[in-house]
Design a protein around this ligand. Sequence first.
Ligand code: ADE
Ligand code: ZN
Length: 329
Amino acid sequence: MSYRTQPKVELHTHLEGMAPPDFIRTLAGEKRRDLSPIFNTDGGYKFKDFGHFLTVYDEACTVLTGPEEFYRLTRAVLAESAFHGVIYTETFLSPDFCGGGDVAAWKDYLAAIAQAAADAQKEDGIVLKGIATAVRHHGQDACRKTAHCAAETAGDFLTGFGLAGAELEGRPADFSYSFDMAREAGLRLTAHAGEWGDPGRIRETLDALKVERLGHGIRAIEDAALTQRLADENITLEVCPGSNVVLRAVESWESHPIVRLRDAGVPVTISTDDPPFFHTTMTAEYEGLDRTFGWTEDDFRATNVTAARAAFCDEATREAILKQLEPAA
Ligand code: ADE
Ligand code: ZN
């Protein structure tokens, strides 16, 4: 069956990582930049492993400049998400790519992205919230600037703070100062951990950064006590199966631990991460889980309810989403 029209809640996307290759190629052409090395002959993004993916990602972002381009990008990606049934979504935004950590510039970019979200909500009926996100391999100084930008703009649209990038660079505690600043500003917290890092690193992330969600978190399955802790503490995993398969964080769909984590009581949700990079969509993720594990509409409804409960939004928005997820009478 096609799951395209089933209402969906998606918690883990990166705004720049959702940019279609044509969008980036066109900007490169306008700016007379040769970005051909980051594209395949079939037009898609080209990378050979996770480290190379991060380099290609950063390279693609160099042609995304100015609030107006981020407005257009946000409208384009939200229209695509809405087409795949997404009714509520959150996206990682990096001040590093939006003004280089300068607060005044970041405010302009954020205003454009928030305006695009408001316009998309009117036209496509999709709700977007932003998570300001530090990029580990850009260094701790950039991370502090990101936290400062985030703290200055926390509010109705910018509701979270996160950490992405090369997980194995440095230790989670290196980022405690930034997470403390974000928490004090009232932001909700998530961090990529356990995509590449072992259970020890996941524990350090929980202890040092006090996050309530984890980006990926899938390597928790290697440690029964940690898996139990995630269940007991209601730490929600933002699981991105298609991303994990393409980047080879797991060997195959069949070996993906999402079912084992769910069955152990860990709150799991489903997202696409950077869909054009991984040739995926929310519809394709659902089809993959149906094909591999026999998941049904009811399984997906349950993961969407889990996602709505863990969403970084106000209670009125949460209630409205939960209502839309109720089965038709
Ligand atoms: N940035 C964009 N996608 C990412 C991923 N899957 N892991 C870490 N950082 C990222
Ligand atoms: Zn991610």
